[in-house]
Design a protein around this ligand. Structure first.
Ligand code: 5GP
Ligand code: ZN
Length: 107
């Protein structure tokens, strides 16, 4: 989607460093971290939220992406959060998993 900030980041338009990348996923640091480590894991494909997901393989890949990120960063204890819908706190409508570790202040 042309006006989606996460699509632009995933496309490399801002030269955002990726913590992790596969054919289907990217992970990068949250711009406003709520913990010592705050990484966002998302599909490259634009999907608004968990409500729009119909691809179980993609969901599995996202969770494996979370594991790859935590292993790469050496995180043994971490929290994962998916906000779905505005009332639940979703601000960016491109599906993403928050991975937080160390001094977590919440998302
Ligand atoms: P949500 O509230 O949608 O679950 O989470 C959106 C997250 O994206 C927030 O934690 C916010 O700080 C982060 N964010 C918003 N815009 C940008 C951006 O341009 N770059 C990065 N790296 N993170 C962003
Ligand atoms: Zn998008």
């Amino acid at each position: 989607m042309s006006d989606c900030i996460f699509c632009k980041i995933a496309n490399g338009e801002f030269n955002t460093p990726f913590v992790y990348e596969t054919e289907d996923l990217v992970a990068f640091n949250d711009i406003n971290p709520k913990a010592d480590y705050h990484v966002l894991v998302l599909p490259k494909k634009h999907i608004e939220s968990l409500n729009e997901v119909d691809d179980e393989k993609l969901l599995a890949k996202l969770m494996m992406g979370v594991k790859a990120v935590t292993e790469k960063l050496g995180l043994k204890s971490f929290k994962t959060v998916i906000n779905t819908g505005r009332e639940a706190g979703q601000e960016v409508f491109h599906l993403h998993i928050h991975v937080l570790s160390g001094n977590i202040k919440g998302v």
